[in-house]
Ligand binder design. Structure first.
Ligand SMILES: [Zn+2]
Length: 655
C-alpha cells in the first residue's frame, strides 16, 4: 500500500476509503472553487478504484487485481465539466493553470495538472455547458455525488434540479470575498437550492440616479445604465438597476423622459466631429442647468455645478490624449483627463457603430465601453462634488465585482469534501441495509436527523466567515424541504420517447391518464401551458412543436387540478430505442401522494450568489448546537481503526 493510501485509510477508515475509491463523482465548474475541489478529491483518493469486472466472475475486492473494471456498470472516477477557457485574470487563484494555458479549456487543463498529483486517478474532463442535453437526467444518475463549483445562479439552479430529478446528492458551494457557504442537498431529505427565494438585483430609485446622486455608484449606474444605452444600445426602460419607485416625483420622471428624447436626437450626429461636444454639453451642461432650476431639490443638498466643453478642454488633441490615458487604469484621472478619455471612447464606440455593430452593450471586459463609463461617471461625480475613481475601481463597481479570494475558495472546497465524506459514509451504511437507492427515494429517509441515524451522515450547512472575529467556521443543521417548493416538492419521473417518432400531445395525455388516473390536469413545458381542461387546441400537435424534445433537456410539469390534488409530477424527456415507437412514462406505477395544503412562511432571502452569512441569532443558535454536539461526539471504531468523529465535520486521527 502506498504511503498516501495508508494515511487516507488511517483517517477515513477502511470502509469509507473503499467507498471513496470506488466513487463516481461529478464536479461542475473548474474555476476558483473547482480547481481546489479537484485537487482535494484527487489527493483524497476519489475515483482511483480498481474493481474486478463483474463479468469475469472474479471475487470483488480492492486488491484482487489491477484490471480497471466496472462496478454495476459504472467506472469509478471524477468527471469535471466546464465550458470556460483560461484567462490571465484566473491565474492568481486557479492554481491548476499557468500562463502557457491561457485560452485553453479549463476542464482539460485542470485534468492534466490534477492527474499529476495522483496518477491512478480516473478523470474525465468535458469542455461543455452543463445546460447541454448531453448532460441529461440519465447522465446525472451515473454519479454517487455531485459537487457544484459554479459562479452563477442559473447554472446552480439547473444542477439543483437535475440532481433532484436524478436523486443524486448535491454539495452546493459558493464564496463571496471572504465569505463562503457549503450546503448538502438531497431529494426528500433536505431543503433544495430553490426552497428559499433569491432576491432580485439591487435597484436604485431613478431620481437618485438621474437627479440627485450622492455616491460614486450612482454616477456609475447613470453612465452604465442610462447614458451608455441611450447612445449605443437599447432604451433605459430595460435597465434592471434603475426603476421608478414610490418616492420618485411623477413630474420629475416625465421631465427626465423628455430629456432622454433630446439625447436620442444627438445620436444622429454620431460620426461627425461635433458628436462628443454635443453629448457633453447636453448631459453635463444643459441637463444640469435644468436640474439647478428645481430649487426645492437643493434646499438640503449642494446643487450641482455644470460644465461646458469649451471651458474644460485644453489645447491638446483630445482623442489622442485619451487613448494614452486609458492605459493608466489605476490612476485617478483629473477633470481634463476624464474629458480626453470621454472623447476618445466616444470616437472608438462611434466607429464600431458605423462599422456595422448595431447595438453595443456595456460589458466590464469590453475596454471601449468601460473607458466611456469610467470617464462619464467621473465627469458627473465632479459636477455633484462626489470623489472620482480610477478606471480599475469603476470596473469593480460597474461589474458588481466582489474580489475572489484564493483562501476562501480553498477553505470552501475543503469543507465541501468534508461534507462529502459524511454523505458517503451514510450512503455506505444505507446501501448495506437496503441496497442501492431507487428513484424518488424509496428509502425511509423522509424525516431529518434522528440521533441514531442522522440524515446525510450528519451533514450540516457550513458557513465560512474569514473576517469574523468570533468564529471563522460556523454550522447550522440542514433544514427539511419546503412543502410548497416548486422545484423539490414534485415527484420526478421520465418520459421515454423513441427518437425520430412523432408523438401527439393526445398520446401523452392518454398515457398520463392511464398511469396516474388523472381527472382534470394541466401540462406545462418550458414554453408555457400546453394543455389544461379548457385548452385542447394542442392535442393533435406533435410534442416537438410544443417544445417537448428528447434533446431539449427541459422539464414537463403535470399538475393535478382536481378537488383533491395529487402532488405535481415532473417529467424529463429521455430517448429510448426499444419501445417500438411508443411513448412511455417510467416508472409508471408511482403512487402520487396527495398535495400538502399547509403553506410555509417565507424564509429569509439569501444573496443571489448563493452565499448566506449567518446572522447574530443564528450564530447564537449554532453555538448552542455546538454544546449539544460536543456531548454527542462519539468514539467510533471503524474496522479496527480508532477515529474520533466530530459532529462539526472534522475527522481526526486518534493516536
Ligand atoms: Zn426546494
Amino acid at each position: 500500500m502506498q504511503r498516501r493510501d495508508r494515511y487516507i485509510v488511517q483517517s477515513l477508515g477502511a470502509s469509507l476509503t473503499k467507498r471513496v475509491k470506488d466513487a463516481r463523482v461529478l464536479v461542475v465548474g473548474a474555476g476558483g472553487i473547482g480547481c481546489e475541489l479537484l485537487k482535494n478529491l484527487v489527493c483524497c483518493g476519489f475515483g482511483i478504484g480498481y474493481i474486478q469486472k463483474m463479468t469475469t466472475g472474479a471475487q470483488d475486492g480492492a486488491d484482487a487485481g489491477s484490471v480497471p473494471g466496472t462496478l454495476l456498470g459504472r467506472t469509478p472516477g471524477i468527471v469535471i465539466v466546464d465550458l470556460d477557457t483560461i484567462d490571465l485574470s484566473n491565474l492568481n487563484r486557479q492554481f491548476l493553470f499557468r500562463k502557457q494555458h491561457i485560452k485553453k479549456s479549463k476542464a482539460f487543463v485542470a485534468k492534466e495538472t490534477a492527474s499529476q498529483f495522483n496518477p491512478s486517478v480516473n478523470i474525465d474532463a468535458q469542455h461543455g455547458s452543463i445546460f447541454d442535453s448531453t448532460y441529461n437526467v440519465e447522465f446525472f444518475e451515473g454519479f454517487d455525488l455531485v459537487f457544484n463549483a459554479l459562479d452563477n445562479l442559473a447554472a446552480r439552479r439547473h444542477v439543483n434540479r437535475m440532481c433532484l430529478a436524478a436523486n443524486v446528492p448535491l454539495i452546493e458551494s459558493g464564496t463571496t470575498g471572504f465569505n463562503g457557504q457549503v450546503q448538502a442537498i438531497s431529494k426528500n431529505i433536505t431543503e433544495c437550492y430553490d426552497c428559499n427565494p433569491k432576491p432580485v438585483q439591487k435597484s436604485f430609485p431613478i431620481c437618485t440616479i438621474r437627479s440627485t446622486p450622492s455616491q460614486p455608484i450612482h454616477c456609475i449606474v447613470w453612465a452604465k445604465s442610462y447614458l451608455f444605452p441611450e447612445l449605443f444600445g437599447t432604451s433605459e426602460d430595460d435597465a434592471p438597476d434603475m426603476s421608478v419607485t414610490e418616492g420618485d416625483n411623477a413630474e420629475e420622471v416625465a421631465k427626465l423622459k423628455e430629456e432622454a428624447q433630446a439625447l436620442k436626437k444627438i445620436r444622429s450626429l454620431m460620426g461627425t466631429s461635433d458628436f462628443a461636444q454635443a453629448v457633453f454639453d447636453k448631459v453635463f451642461h444643459d441637463d444640469i442647468e435644468r436640474l439647478r432650476t428645481m430649487s426645492e431639490m437643493w434646499q438640503s443638498r449642494k446643487p450641482p455645478e455644470s460644465l461646458k466643453f469649451g471651458d474644460v478642454r485644453g489645447d491638446e488633441d483630445l482623442v489622442k490624449h485619451g487613448q494614452a490615458l486609458c492605459m493608466q487604469d489605476q490612476t485617478t484621472w483629473e477633470l481634463e483627463e476624464n474629458l480626453a478619455v470621454f472623447c476618445y471612447s466616444l470616437d472608438t464606440l462611434s466607429s464600431r457603430v458605423q462599422a456595422g455593430e448595431p447595438v453595443i452593450e456595456f460589458d466590464k471586459d469590453d475596454k471601449d465601453t468601460l473607458d466611456f463609463v469610467a470617464s462619464a461617471a467621473n465627469l458627473r461625480s465632479h459636477i455633484f462634488g462626489i470623489p472620482s475613481h480610477s478606471e480599475w475601481e469603476v470596473k469593480q463597481m460597474a461589474g458588481n465585482i466582489i474580489p475572489a479570494i484564493a483562501t476562501s475558495n480553498a477553505l470552501t472546497a475543503s469543507l465541501s469534501v468534508m461534507q462529502a465524506f459524511k454523505i458517503m459514509r451514510s450512503q455506505a451504511q444505507k446501501t448495506e441495509a437496503y441496497g442501492r437507492p431507487t428513484a424518488n427515494n424509496a428509502l425511509p429517509t423522509t424525516t431529518l436527523t434522528t440521533n441514531a441515524d442522522p440524515a446525510l451522515g450528519g451533514s450540516k450547512m457550513v458557513f465560512l466567515n474569514s473576517k469574523s472575529t468570533e468564529r471563522m467556521i460556523t454550522t447550522q443543521n440542514l433544514a427539511v424541504p419546503s412543502v410548497d417548493c416548486p422545484v423539490c416538492s414534485p415527484i420526478y419521473a421520465k418520459l421515454r420517447i423513441s427518437p425520430g417518432v412523432s408523438h401527439t400531445l393526445q398520446e401523452l395525455v392518454n398515457e398520463l391518464q392511464q398511469c396516474f388516473g388523472y381527472d382534470e390536469f394541466s401540462i406545462t413545458t418550458d414554453a408555457g401551458i400546453v394543455y389544461d381542461p379548457d385548452l385542447e387546441d394542442n392535442l393533435e400537435k406533435s410534442l416537438e412543436d410544443l417544445a417537448i424534445k428528447v434533446d431539449s433537456n427541459g422539464f414537463i410539469t403535470v399538475r393535478d387540478d382536481s378537488d383533491k390534488p395529487k402532488v405535481d409530477l415532473v417529467l424529463s424527456t429521455i430517448a429510448h430505442d426499444e419501445l417500438q415507437g411508443l411513448l412511455h412514462v417510467s416508472p409508471s406505477d408511482i403512487d402520487l401522494p396527495p398535495k400538502p395544503i399547509q403553506a410555509k412562511a417565507p424564509e429569509e432571502p439569501q444573496p443571489s450568489n448563493g452565499v448566506e452569512v449567518p446572522t447574530r441569532e443564528k450564530r447564537k443558535r449554532e453555538a448552542e448546537d455546538d454544546v449539544e454536539s460536543a456531548s454527542k461526539r462519539t468514539k467510533a471504531n471503524v474496522n479496527g481503526e480508532a477515529v474520533i468523529i466530530e459532529d462539526d465535520g472534522a475527522i481526526l486521527l486518534d493516536d
